[in-house]
Design a protein around this ligand. Structure first.
Ligand code: KIV
Length: 298
């Protein structure tokens, strides 16, 4: 049974997302929902619950692999996680984040790397960080029929260049630059753009200024959609969540509690119980009745 709230099981596609933006300008505003996933179970749960876009974010580096930043993530690691997510996603659009260094040089090299996400890992689109500077790369991928999601504002791959994870676009000149960046991403042919860590007024202005959907994270409510890191919203991280990440569950605490109870049960002999154990006589009887060998069915 589908758990999709709207009951809409139709596959989410790039043209449909673009259509939603133009429909929104008329009357039918329907926000785009997006979450990250890095593995099969979370991807499947998010997809079954009806999220529109699943992003295999390079945040996997920090959230699931324990790196200090997103920068060390390799192409092979990102492909590995994208393949796992692919197996769990049916309806949502699957977007793979290109790791730092895989699209920063020659546009042809960026294309070769992006092709691997589509061909080897089943991604339907890729995401790259940066605005005007990425014009050529985005255009090259789009020309090769690979849909591209842009990402401007607080771009975590620029952490050293911007001196930390700070809200961007606070001054008038920084806002103007971000507006130019967003327009450049659109002009290069991207189908959507993530706006991260910028004042809500600027996000609203960018959203009004581009024809492609904006997907906000820490960018206020006026974007065409929202994205969160799944682990932030379910309480599966080890630091306080950012201001913008609403916590919908505390899965980390549920896991810790389950592990504590399991350890206690093992220590005090409460686990496994008799009902959780096999009995030689019963198994042999069952085999006899069914004329099968239950070796594989235990
Ligand atoms: O890597 C990531 O999770 C992202 C989102 C926060 C947009 O880029």
């Amino acid at each position: 049974m589908s758990m999709i709230p709207s009951g809409n099981t139709a596959k989410v596609t790039v043209p449909e997302l673009l259509q939603r933006k133009s429909d929104a300008a008329n009357y039918q505003k329907k926000k785009i929902t997006s979450l990250t996933a890095y593995d099969y179970p979370t991807a499947r749960l998010a997809d079954d619950a009806g999220v529109d876009v699943v992003l295999v974010g390079d945040s996997v580096a920090m959230v699931a692999l324990g790196y200090e930043s997103t920068l060390p993530l390799t192409l092979e690691e990102a492909l590995h996680h994208t393949r796992a997510v692919r197996r769990g996603v049916k309806r949502a659009l699957l977007v793979a984040d290109m790791p730092f260094g895989t699209y920063h040089g020659d546009a042809n090299e960026a294309l070769r790397n992006a092709v691997r996400f589509v061909k080897e890992a089943g991604a339907e689109a890729v995401k790259v960080e940066g605005g005007e500077r990425r014009l050529e790369v985005i255009a090259r991928l789009v020309e090769a029929e690979i849909p591209v999601m842009g990402h401007v504002g607080l771009t975590p791959q620029s952490v050293h260049a911007i001196g930390g994870y700070r809200v961007q676009g606070k001054t008038a000149s920084a806002s103007e630059q971000l507006l130019r960046d967003a327009r450049a991403v659109e002009a290069a042919g991207a189908f959507a753009i993530v706006l991260e860590g910028i004042p809500r007024e600027l996000a609203a202005e960018i959203t009004r200024s581009v024809r492609i959907p904006t997907i906000g994270i820490g960018a206020g409510p006026d974007c065409d959609g929202q994205i969160l890191v799944l682990h932030d919203m379910i309480g599966m991280t080890f630091q306080a969540p950012p201001k913008f990440a609403r916590r919908y569950a505390n899965v980390g605490e549920a896991i810790s509690q389950a592990v504590r109870e399991y350890c206690a049960d093992v220590q005090n002999g409460n686990f496994p119980s008799d009902a959780e154990s096999y009995h030689r006589a019963r198994v042999l009887k069952l085999e006899e009745e069914l004329k099968v060998n239950t070796d594989c069915d235990w």
